[in-house]
Design a binder for this molecule. Structure first.
Ligand code: NZQ
Ligand code: ZN
Length: 383
């Protein structure tokens, strides 16, 4: 096992009715800026609960943070937070609202050009941030990562700072009852791929991390389709929400090699062609596993056996069947696994490769050996 440094200060407040406890976790006297997306929180009762719980604070609101939060939108939020002298940010929504709010929290406390924070300058100060999660997917509620999109540059820009872990995350599974099927599928696929990016690499003598990952994968496979079939099953939503948080709260990746090539190639598909984040993952991951089957052979076999119960046939047949099962699972969650399903053909590939080159994505994967030629083969397999 490799050395690691695990830090996760986010308090998780899990379960029905937890929004009512908000005031216990925001310092008295704070001026709270509530950030949200396009309006789902007004339709599913979440805003009413937040407003009531914050009745003793001065509150202002910034709405309209888009899926794949846009830099220019977030700058407007920063201006509002400064004008309102906000001292606490409360993000209410999915990964996009939380990521965007992390950027707002950092930019409010940064004296230089905010764009620096997306180009490698790590935030050294930030407003405190908490969140009410309404979409189980990204793990943003309990990590220090964010991704901001810049439309003009056609780029998704990741950032990280240990100061950007939310102070607390309220996870009330009921808030996810109103998700449309597309976002249920996206959420399960995103959590599944986060787990695989940290598991399906090469053996590193970390049996606990392996079994932890396999537990998450098996639970997602079991519970995911139930959420589509019975959207108001509280326990199903609770299990999915807890899986998604743990898939990217840092614990799973301790001491093990990590891949992340699927995410980094996928980011370019979102930046260029506006696919949802998880739609890109469902397209790239099966193709990447097929292309990298030799480098990942030992873990693919373990995945086939322990997650999909595939023991019959030759090792190659088991690996084929595991990749096929993965793809079929994504499809069962309603997420397409081919570029063609999104109207993209081979003509799209050179532009994706040009973006990868422009952004320095020339040595991806756990061995840092996915070069442009390999990315091209992956994209061709994904057509
Ligand atoms: O904007 P509103 O009206 O709220 O609607 C949203 C949005 O349209 C809707 N939604 C959210 N909760 C809902 C709901 N609709 C009905 N009922 C609810 N309870 O869902 C739509 C998508 O929301 P979004 O926040 O974009 O989805 P997600 O949570 O999948 O976040 C995706 C973003 O997170 C980034 C992605 O790159 C992308 O920008 N990621 C962040 C990560 C991190 N911080 O660690 C890791 C991930 O790999 C990912 O990159
Ligand atoms: Zn993701």
């Amino acid at each position: 096992m490799r050395n690691f440094n695990f830090y996760n200060p986010t308090r998780i407040l899990f379960g029905e009715g937890q929004i009512a406890s908000l005031a216990q976790h925001i310092p008295a006297g704070s001026r709270v800026l509530v950030t949200h997306g396009g309006g789902s929180i007004f339709q599913n009762g979440v805003w009413e609960q937040v407003e009531q719980a914050l009745s003793s604070y001065p509150v202002s609101r910034f709405g309209g943070i888009e899926a794949n939060p846009q830099y220019t939108t977030l700058l407007r939020a920063v201006a509002q937070a400064k004008a309102d002298e906000s001292s606490f940010i409360l993000a209410v929504g999915g990964g996009s609202v939380i990521d965007g709010s992390k950027f707002i929290a950092a930019a409010c406390a940064y004296s230089g050009e905010p764009f620096d924070l997306l180009c490698g300058t790590r935030a050294e100060q930030a407003l405190p941030l908490g969140c009410v999660l309404t979409l189980a997917a990204t793990g943003s509620e309990s990590n220090g990562n964010g991704v901001v999109s810049h439309a003009e540059r056609q780029q998704k820009l990741p950032f990280f700072s240990p100061l950007l872990f939310p102070r607390f995350a309220i996870l009330d599974p009921r808030t996810t009852f109103s998700l449309p099927p597309r976002q249920i599928g996206n959420g399960v696929v995103d959590a599944f791929v986060h787990t695989l990016e940290q598991y399906l690499t090469y053996p590193s003598d970390a049996p606990l991390q392996d079994r932890y990952a396999e537990g998450l994968l098996l639970t997602l496979i079991e519970e995911g389709p139930k959420a589509l079939a019975n959207p108001e099953d509280y326990n199903v939503r609770a299990n999915l929400m807890w899986c998604a948080t743990q898939a990217l709260n840092g614990l799973l990746g301790c001491g093990v090699p990590q891949d992340w090539a699927t995410h980094l190639i996928g980011h370019e598909l979102t930046a260029l062609y506006h696919l949802d984040h998880a739609q890109t993952l469902a397209v790239i991951l099966p193709a990447l596993l097929a292309e990298r089957r030799d480098a990942k052979h030992a873990k693919l076999l373990q995945y086939a056996e322990r997650v999909w119960g595939l023991r019959k046939g030759s090792p190659d047949e088991c690996v084929d069947a595991a990749i096929h099962a993965t793809e079929a699972f994504f499809q069962r969650m309603g997420v397409a696994t081919r570029l063609s399903a999104h109207g993209l053909d081979a003509e799209a590939i050179p532009e994706v490769l040009a973006q990868l080159q422009r952004h320095g994505m020339l040595a991806l994967g756990e061995h840092r050996d996915i070069d442009l030629a390999t990315s091209e083969r992956i994209l061709l397999r994904a057509l």
